[in-house]
Design a protein around this ligand. Structure first.
Ligand code: 5GP
Ligand code: MN
Length: 336
């Protein structure tokens, strides 16, 4: 275990550092990781961001992106970096299973492990924890880690600010979700003052879709959407054939579930997609409906109350049926 003083001592001299984040990184995963990266390189640390898998093009523009290593594309190089690291930062996840086979490599490495995260129920693998489930994004926690824990606000430059803004913007649903507190707006104001160009970041993330993505979205809404009015629930079910037909790339499915949730009466929305070797579920809910509970209890997953995910090795049709049979149990919460 490290206390804050020991952590500051550790970071006082250049170290070999790996930053990693969860499988299929989202905006907060990449924003928090690259925000911390752009902070640490200013102090001479040899720092590498390693993601377990690839991530969408609309997140591939952030400062430091060209230096990111994708584990399943450069495994040998990444393994050496993990084994030699003095410190491994684990951002936007709290269970080593979320970084796939990298997890055991990180666990075995002699490095200090530092967790910066906002998910429930952390696994006990870390030496220092900056963890708060009330934070709207891991990027918000990277900000407070730099400003409050390390007392280094002056090093929040334009690059750091740009990445952290991206993480907070995406995980707060563009400052829309209940986690968007006044404190979040104060942090975001600081990031804009430090050089984050807010309107440009919105353009880069939200207005950079391919034609395929838009046509795929049309297909989902027209042909794959099922509304279950007796449960105020809507599901979008997408098969492997749909993904092939519309040439769906990493990231193209991101956010589709929100369209199902956008109907007035809907309290729970699910996007259920047949991937190569498993079926993946993305759940979104309104108010106090616990989407994460369904993912945890039935689909080996978890997440936040209003945004959660899970998976199953059953067939697509079986997963859809299973999901539907769970709903009566939650009827009271869904019909309010
Ligand atoms: P998404 O639906 O965008 O894939 O995931 C939404 C949120 O659910 C993520 O931010 C993450 O917190 C959580 N999540 C998604 N998949 C999993 C999973 O397999 N396990 C756990 N523990 N959380 C997940
Ligand atoms: Mn997050």
């Amino acid at each position: 275990m490290l206390d804050t003083a020991a952590l500051k001592d550790l970071l006082a001299h250049p170290k070999k550092i790996v930053i990693t984040t969860h499988h299929k990184p989202d905006g907060d995963a990449m924003g928090s990781s690259l925000g911390l990266y752009n902070y640490l390189i200013q102090q001479g640390h040899h720092t590498t961001v390693i993601t377990p898998t690839d991530y969408p093009d609309f997140l591939s523009w952030m400062p430091g992106n060209p230096e990111v290593i994708i584990y399943n594309e450069k495994t040998e190089q990444a393994d050496v970096l993990i084994e030699d690291a003095d410190i491994v930062f684990c951002l936007d996840f709290n269970n080593l299973s979320r970084i796939n086979e990298m997890g055991e490599k990180v666990r075995k490495s002699k490095s200090y492990k530092i967790m910066i995260d906002h998910h429930l129920e952390p696994e006990d693998f870390d030496d220092f924890r900056h963890w708060d489930i009330n934070a709207c994004a891991a990027a918000q926690l990277v900000y407070s880690f730099i400003v409050d824990v390390l007392d280094n606000k002056k090093l929040i430059n334009k690059d750091v600010a740009t990445c952290l803004y991206t993480g907070i913007m995406t995980d707060s649903g563009s400052f829309r979700l209940p986690n968007t507190t006044s404190a979040v707006h104060r942090v975001v104001a600081d990031l804009i003052d430090a050089g984050a160009v807010n309107y440009r970041i919105h353009e880069l993330v939200y207005n950079s879709a391919s034609e395929n993505r838009l046509r795929f979205l049309g297909h989902c809404l027209l042909n794959c959407l099922e509304v279950l009015p007796e449960f105020n629930t809507a599901i979008i079910v997408v098969s492997k054939q749909d993904l092939e037909k519309y040439h769906v790339n990493t990231g193209d499915t991101e956010g589709v579930v929100n369209y199902a949730l956008s109907m007035a009466s809907i309290r729970l929305a699910a996007f259920i997609v047949e991937r190569k070797d498993q079926v993946k579920l993305s759940l979104r809910s309104k108010g106090d409906f616990p989407a994460n509970e369904i993912c945890k209890l039935y689909f080996s997953g978890g997440g936040h109350r209003n945004a959660a995910g899970g998976q199953s090795t059953a067939s697509l049709q079986d997963v859809v049926n299973q999901f539907k049979t769970i709903l009566p149990e939650y009827k009271k919460l869904l019909i309010q």
